[in-house]
Design a binder for this molecule. Structure first.
Ligand code: PMP
Length: 396
């Protein structure tokens, strides 16, 4: 029986594919170190878990409003004021089953067939695939290690056409770890002021996992704030990936459009997660900052470890929990059995020879790189990097 043509338009997330392969090898008894995943290895803080237990006992077991409970929307507004000094009202907020759904809603709400969507590379795997589902056209802007994986206002302006509908980026960035400063964002905002028909999706899900100081949002620039859609969620900053809770802050018009789509796809997010989310967003951030301190300790160690691997061209991640080395100097090498032609080959080689899972950069629009996560214990990081080094030493 034929399946729909939508399925041919996009790929399965490479991140989840690698995690699946790693799990498979582990089930066969192999000691695989998983450096492919994009989630904190910490448990959800206790006060958030207690709020969920209370919500169950208080019988929050019914359908919720499509965009989320009012107290959750108010908690999001509180957080945006407290952390970002941004003013939003509940009518600007739509909560969803993870930031991934928030992004899917947004793309379906603004992108029509043939519309161009500008995405700087490297980008999070899902951006490009969702644009393809909407039959939009992905227009990448390539960045390099030399520019710290960031774009300039001139690059942005040169890429804009009459068909540009949306610009999507994350800061801190998954996978590069780059973080835009206020001045850099202001430079981009100055370009967007000249093009009033472009929406700007600012994915701030790694906001707290920032090693260079305060988080800056492009929504702070009043001239464009109405066209900025902030995407955020509780997965990374509160170690709540499995709870599935994300949100947008946007103009009331965009919020209404996203809510309309969500009303047919999933309705409101899980009621228990929402009640826990209210507590997460309004209580002290101390547990988050303790977790971030540990990520920074690991990032510092990873920086030392990559110095011992001459074939990795690296830079210093400023946020998130990944390092994204350029490994193209290994293309054309072989251990006598396996030839490395591209980043996928290298990831497979590392998985099967070193028992370490990583993710190919091609999934993120940067085929010369691989992504190595450090949301894993220091012990596993040491073990993983030592195995990577041994396996790479065999490539000639
Ligand atoms: N944006 C980025 C940049 C991410 O890395 C992720 C998760 N890997 C998400 C959005 C989606 O997060 P979630 O759906 O878990 O809220």
């Amino acid at each position: 029986m034929p399946l729909s043509s939508i399925l041919d338009r996009f790929a399965e997330p490479e991140t989840l594919k690698m995690a699946k392969l790693g799990r498979q090898l582990r089930s066969e008894g192999k000691d695989v170190v998983d450096l492919s995943l994009g989630e904190p290895d910490f448990d959800t803080p206790d006060h958030i878990k207690q709020a969920a237990i209370k919500a169950i006992n208080d019988n929050y077991s019914h359908y919720t409003p499509v965009g989320g409970y009012l107290d959750l929307k108010e908690a999001v507004c509180h957080k945006l004021k407290r952390d970002n000094n941004l003013d939003y009202k509940p009518e600007n907020i739509v909560t969803s089953t993870g930031a991934k759904q928030s992004i899917a809603n947004l793309i379906l709400a603004v992108v029509d067939k043939g519309d161009e969507v500008i995405i700087p590379t490297p980008y999070w795997v899902t951006y490009s695939e969702l644009v393809k589902i909407a039959e939009g056209i992905v227009v990448p802007i390539e960045t390099t290690i030399e520019s710290n994986y960031k774009i300039t206002p001139a690059q942005l302006e040169a890429t804009i056409t009459e068909k540009t509908r949306l610009f999507m980026f994350s800061s801190p960035c998954n996978p590069s770890g780059s973080v835009y400063s206020k001045e850099e964002l202001e430079g981009l905002a100055d370009v967007f002021v000249k093009y009033p028909n472009i929406y700007i999706m600012s994915d701030e899900i790694y906001e707290y996992i920032n090693f260079v100081g305060g988080h800056e949002s492009i929504a702070q620039f009043d001239e464009i704030k109405d066209r900025v859609i902030i995407v955020n969620g509780l997965s990374k900053g509160f170690a709540m990936t499995g709870w599935r809770l994300g949100y947008i802050a946007a103009s009331a018009e965009i919020a209404k459009a996203c809510e309309k789509l969500q009303g047919q796809f999933t309705s409101g997010p899980n009621s228990i997660a929402q009640k826990a989310g209210v507590v997460a967003l309004t209580a002290s951030l101390d547990p988050t900052f303790a977790m971030v301190k540990e990520f920074e300790r690991r990032k510092n160690r990873v920086q030392e470890l990559v110095c011992d691997i001459p074939s990795f061209k690296c830079y210093v991640p400023e946020g998130a929990f990944y390092i994204f080395p350029d490994i193209s100097s290994l293309f054309g090498t072989s251990d006598g059995e396996t030839k490395i032609e591209n980043a996928e080959d290298l990831c497979m080689y590392l998985l099967h020879t070193a028992n370490v899972s990583t993710v190919t950069g091609s999934a993120f629009g940067s085929p010369n790189c691989i992504r190595i996560g450090f949301a894993n214990s220091m012990e596993n990081i040491e073990k993983g990097f030592s195995r990577i080094k041994d396996a790479l030493d065999k490539l000639k």
